[in-house]
Write a protein of this length. Structure first.
Length: 169
């Protein structure tokens, strides 16, 4: 389990209902427990899992995941609708499952969520900068005319010494 990389965990994080979540089946595999046992532990401690920590997927959400090839089939999830756990829900699972493996895996998952947020912030900042540049470049013909003017002046300059920056004849 030591070789579990962020990329492996990252591939198990899905965006559902506008939130990054992990499905009960994937968490059970990572925690090395049966999905049934994970769900039972959650049900015994349901007060620890409010809706912003965990929610059950609808039939249409499962169908959407299948149609987008996120999961191969409904059977891949077992017989019932899966639970989706947010970052806080994953953290709570380690307290509910109470095993060293659960704690270790939860730490790795938390680090993956942090990396996802860091990437999202970097992406947002980059997108804003690109927008700013596009606005400046496409702010009208005036900018284009100035650039063409400068290029024309550079191309049409004669051999006068004053035009040759840094060179003396």
């Amino acid at each position: 389990m030591k070789s579990l990389q962020i990329e492996n965990i990252n591939s198990k994080i899905y965006e559902i209902r506008g939130q990054n979540v992990m499905l009960d089946r994937d968490l059970a595999i990572l925690y090395n427990v049966e999905t049934r046992a994970l769900k039972q532990a959650v049900k015994r401690n349901i007060e620890r899992f409010p809706n912003d920590f965990m929610f059950q997927l609808s039939e249409s959400e499962v169908n959407s995941m299948v149609s987008q090839n996120v999961i191969p089939s409904k059977q891949h999830l077992g017989g019932s609708l899966p639970y989706a756990f947010t970052e806080q829900g994953v953290a709570m699972l380690s307290a509910v499952l109470k095993s060293k493996t659960a704690v270790d895996i939860s730490i790795r998952i938390m680090r993956t969520f942090v990396e996802l947020r860091r990437f999202a912030l970097t992406y947002d900042e980059l997108a804003k900068k690109i927008d700013e540049i596009e606005k400046r470049v496409t702010s009208g013909e005036e900018t284009d005319i100035r650039i063409i003017d400068v290029l024309n002046q550079l191309m049409n300059s004669d051999d006068k010494e004053s035009d040759k920056i840094g060179f003396i004849k």
